[in-house]
Write a new protein. Sequence first.
Length: 296
Amino acid sequence: MPTTTVKKSAAKKKPVALSVSIKKIATKKKNAKPIIVAAPVLPIVKGEKVRTILITQPQPAEGEKSPYTEISKRYKVNITFQPFFEIHGITAKEFRRYRIHLHEFTSVVFTSRNGIDNFFRLLTELKTQMSSETKYFCTTESIALYLQRYIQYRKRKVFYGDGTTKDLLTIMNKHIEGEKYLLPCSETSNPEIVNNFKKYKFDYTESVFFRTVPSHIKELKVETFDMMVFFSPSAIEALIKNFPKFKQGNTRIGAFGSTTCLAVKDAKMKVHIEAPKPGVPSMAAAVEEYLKNTVK
């Protein structure tokens, strides 16, 4: 029978052009200044053409290739990175209270990079090792490739889907017999995935590995962006908490994942760009598709 870990809750102003300098900052500090991808300085104009985009995630690490850099150059848009929440991993002491023994699982399901980071962090802190036969199932290829930071990718059993729950389940159904799955997540896991695990009677354990805490971003002028892109319900929560008077107006909103789309709609806002979807596995691809269709 499936088992589930009980979670614990946790006068009109003249537009200002955005700077194009790139500064290396610590994104975990409060009131951290957003990082902007180099692009021609453009005036802020509301309307059909998108000129400024806010990505509510940290700037990719130095040396990493970001698809948003190419998008910025190709479509002449200013892209700002500003995380809307911080990730706080649970401690080894907290995890021990769940009475979960990581080495007993034959498969691990990852739906985010945060899940990967905190899973392997706790492995180290608990002085535990996974078998070389452990299977890793990821919702997207980019998440699967991120595993290379922690394992010898080509020597391990790694599977990934196209970003949809349906595709992930199709892959997992081929490995259901005798498998014991672990789903590392935050306190706000994906209910679509969990409900389907129950429906198909997977032997799984869902456990909190990290928590999301809204960032203090009140000084950010969200009304100056033509587009804002969100990747989790926590980011929508942070938007509402920090900017209770925000009105969407002409702002285009992109949302990654069904739970994020639902959070946008629950906040009485409209979603213009959704991902993943067939042929568009990533948020960056969805943003580029939107820009390509709106360029005159």
